[in-house]
Design a protein around this ligand. Sequence first.
Ligand code: RB5
Length: 146
Amino acid sequence: MKIAIGCDHGGYELKEILKPYLSQKGYELVDFGTNSEASVDYPDIAASVCSSIQKGECERGILICGTGIGMSICANKYKGIRAALCGDCYSARMTRQHNDSNILCLGGRVTGPELAKMIAEIWLSEEFIGMHHSARLDKIKSLEGC
Ligand code: RB5
């Protein structure tokens, strides 16, 4: 599975930890930066990752900033993007099963590296279960542009 990954300076350290870990698990990562701890604007990185998913170049994305909040606010503005900020494994599992989230947001200054690895691995391996949840996704779609 091809995964777009991006971060701002607050998520840089965690991005660099997750990249080799997820590559080793067999995920193909496309890195949209940032590539240092120099300050950047998280909306710019969110734009690149969301656009790669909208174009179908990557199937899913991971966005990391200090809290994960700024990235999730930005990502959820994009049509077809369902971004979930997760700080625990249960939410990571549920958001795939019920929300079919296509972007995982993480807080690099909030969630420790070992927990973040577990969250990412669970989120990447879980599938959407459909059923009545599909009708709810249709309702989310109908909210786009409100
Ligand atoms: C950057 O200082 C910080 O505001 C950003 O990483 C993020 O936490 C915003 O939501």
